[in-house]
Design a protein around this ligand. Structure first.
Ligand SMILES: [Zn+2]
Length: 281
């Protein structure tokens, strides 16, 4: 069956793009970046996930639509919710998939803005360090990918999180896949420390909006259903720290839920809301 890439459009009152810069105030695994805001303006961004398919699955058609919408909106930036390169991430910084799935696809003038990326499970099947490498920024300055970081965009703080290490099956039942666990091998120590740092960062944020972006589902009626580990370990932290919205990919459909798992109508985002911005099949 053919698959259609899709993306979500967001407009938040108050914010443009200048240069993203690294600022002080990092929390362990969470370096803090700043995306300068324009006075009295509005923040407009697209979210796409599960997209790097070397132009298969109608990737270019969706990219064209993103470009058109981006032009109308005067887009500020693009967010990727992970699974950036199928099937198995990037092999190295020289992997032609970076050109074939990113640089040569998202060519519309309106998409020549900063891309804020996180990793998905498919990205972990390749060389994770390659996707995180500054070498890719030299190839295309739009690219910014870290495992985790905070983006201060004026009225909103975005918390980009790395959800793949939470999912036990990838470690215990990897099947034929190989995952790149460099940096997260001591998982029993890594996860609690990671969550504590996230909690501190969320607590200290005084932004009007707090939005968390991760690859895996929290609540979902889609093919992957809830991600048990995230429901147990992450969700209480988000709910306890006034997070307004959680955005994910992975499930490969477009849907929004509130906390009761009720499908939301159009743009009525209720507190606390989940958006799945992955592929639609
Ligand atoms: Zn995925």
């Amino acid at each position: 069956m053919a698959a259609l890439s899709s993306c979500f459009v967001f407009c938040l009152l108050n914010t443009s793009i200048l240069l993203t810069c690294l600022v002080s105030g990092s929390y362990g695994e969470f370096p803090r970046f700043e995306h300068p805001v324009k006075e009295g303006g509005s923040l407009k961004f697209l979210v796409v996930g599960d997209w790097g398919r070397r132009d298969s699955c109608n990737q270019s058609l969706v990219a064209d639509q993103m470009g058109r919408i981006g032009e109308k909106l005067e887009l500020d930036f693009v967010i990727s919710a992970g699974d950036n390169f199928y099937d198995n991430g990037l092999k190295s910084v020289d992997d032609p998939a970076f050109q074939e799935s990113f640089m040569n696809i998202y060519t519309a003038p309106s998409l020549q803005k900063q891309w804020y990326n996180v990793l998905g499970n498919h990205d972990y099947r390749g060389d994770v360090e390659a996707q995180l490498s500054p070498m890719l920024q030299k190839l295309d300055s739009r690219w910014l990918c870290l495992k985790s970081y905070i983006l201060d965009a004026g009225i909103v703080d975005f918390f980009f999180i790395d959800t793949t290490p939470f999912v036990e099956d990838y470690l215990t039942k990897p099947g034929a896949h190989t995952y790149d666990w460099r940096g997260v091998t001591a998982r029993n120590d890594y996860i609690p420390k990671y969550l504590e740092e996230l909690k501190t960062a969320l607590k200290e944020s005084d932004a009007k909006w707090k939005i968390v972006v991760g690859h895996h589902t929290l609540r979902s009626a889609g093919q992957h259903r809830d991600t048990r580990e995230l429901v147990e370990q992450l969700l209480p932290i988000l709910e306890g720290n006034s997070v307004d919205l959680y955005i994910n990919g992975h499930d490969q459909w477009l849907i929004a839920y509130n906390t009761s798992l009720v499908l939301l109508e159009e743009t009525k985002l209720m507190k606390f809301t989940y958006i799945d911005a992955g592929m639609v099949e």
